[in-house]
Write a protein that binds this ligand. Structure first.
Ligand SMILES: [Zn+2]
Length: 316
C-alpha cells in the first residue's frame, strides 16, 4: 500500500481497513504443561506468526488434576491482568500438554504417565472457569503444528529427543492426533518396537525406540553398563573412546536411523523436523538421521509447544 498517496484515499482506505480487520491478530493465553514445569504466555497470533508478549512459570503438581487446574486458573489470572494493563484482552486459551488426548472427546486426557494422570476431562472445567474457548493438545503435536506453520507447509513430522521420544505429525495442515494406545491411528510412536525383547522400558514395551534413544533410557543403560550416571556422562565417555559407551551409542544411532526410516515409509512427510534437549548435546544423531531421509533442525525451538498451543487456541 502506498500510504503517501492522497488522491486515491477513499477506496484504498476502505480496503486497508477491511484487510486489517480480516488479519487482525488475536491475543491468546498459551500453556506448555510438562512433567516438571508449566510455562505460560500471553501470545499475539496472526496469519504471519506469533509473538510472545509475557511469560509466567510454575512447578507442575503431580498426580492431582484439580490442583493442576487450579494452578492453570491462577496463572491465567496473572497473565490476563498483564495483558489488560496493555489494553489487550485474551480471546482464547491453548494448552500444550505432555500427555495423550481422546480423538473423540476434545480435551479428555487419556494418559499422561509422567504426571500420574489418566482418564480425566481437563478442558471442560478449565473452560468453565476461564469463560473463553479452551483447547488442550498433546505437546509434541502442538510443536509439530508450530513447525509446519512457521515453514508454511501442510505435511510434516517432528521427532523430539528429550527425556523420552516425542513424535508429532501434521497432514493436510491438520494434526494427526496420537491417542497413545495401539488401537490408535497408524502413526509411528516412540514406544513402537525397535528390537523385540530388547532394552527395558518402564511401560513394559521392552526394546522400543524410546528405550534406545530417550535421554533417561540412555542414562539408565550407561548406569547398567557401569559407564556413567546419566546421558551426558555417557556422551563424554563415548567421545573419550570408551568401548562400552560406543556399543550403547551405536545402538542409539541404529534406533534413530530405523525410526526416521519408519516415519519416512509410513507417513511420507514433506519435512522431518528434529529437536529436543538430547539433540542439542548429541548433534551426531541429526547426522545419522540425515543418512536415511531429508531432515532439518527444529526452527521454532523450545517455544514450539507454546506457539503451537497459541495458534490452535486462536483457530489458525
Ligand atoms: Zn516403551
Amino acid at each position: 500500500m502506498n500510504s503517501k498517496s492522497t488522491n486515491e484515499g477513499g477506496i484504498e482506505g476502505i480496503y486497508a481497513g477491511r484487510e486489517k480487520r480480516e488479519t487482525e491478530p488475536k491475543i491468546v493465553l498459551a500453556f506448555d504443561v510438562g512433567a516438571t514445569n508449566i510455562r505460560a504466555s500471553v501470545v499475539q497470533v496472526g496469519k504471519e506468526g506469533a509473538d510472545i508478549l509475557s511469560r509466567e512459570q510454575a512447578q507442575t503438581p503431580i498426580g492431582d488434576a484439580s490442583k493442576l487446574l487450579a494452578l492453570l486458573v491462577q496463572m491465567s489470572s496473572k497473565l490476563k491482568l498483564a495483558a489488560q494493563k496493555n489494553g489487550l484482552t485474551p480471546v482464547a486459551v491453548g494448552v500444550a500438554f505432555a500427555g495423550h488426548f481422546s480423538v473423540i472427546e476434545p480435551g479428555y486426557l487419556t494418559f499422561a504417565g509422567n504426571m500420574g494422570l489418566h482418564q480425566v476431562n481437563l478442558q471442560d472445567p478449565l473452560e468453565q472457569e476461564l469463560r473463553v474457548p479452551t483447547h488442550f493438545i498433546n505437546d509434541v503435536s502442538a510443536a509439530a503444528y508450530a513447525e509446519a506453520h512457521d515453514r508454511k507447509i501442510e505435511s510434516l513430522a517432528t521427532i523430539f529427543v528429550g527425556t523420552g521420544i516425542g513424535l508429532g505429525f501434521i497432514k493436510d495442515g491438520q494434526i494427526v492426533e496420537n491417542t497413545g494406545d495401539d488401537s490408535a491411528l497408524t502413526v509411528v510412536r516412540g514406544h513402537n518396537i525397535f528390537k523385540s525383547g530388547g532394552a527395558p522400558c518402564p511401560l513394559g514395551c521392552d526394546g522400543c525406540f524410546q528405550s534406545y534413544l530417550g535421554g533417561k533410557a540412555l542414562g539408565l543403560r550407561a548406569q547398567a553398563a557401569g559407564v556413567a550416571s546419566d546421558a551426558d556422562g555417557l556422551l563424554k565417555a563415548w567421545r573419550a573412546g570408551d568401548q562400552q559407551a560406543r556399543i550403547i551409542i551405536e545402538e542409539a544411532f541404529d534406533a534413530m536411523r530405523a525410526l526416521v526410516k519408519r516415519i519416512e515409509v509410513e507417513f511420507k512427510p514433506e519435512k522431518i523436523a528434529i529437536g529436543g534437549t538430547v539433540i542439542k548435546n548429541f548433534p551426531e544423531l541429526m547426522v545419522v538421521a540425515s543418512e536415511v531421509a531429508t531432515v532439518s533442525e527444529s526452527k521454532v525451538g523450545d517455544d514450539a509447544p507454546l506457539i503451537g498451543a497459541a495458534l490452535i487456541g486462536a483457530g489458525l
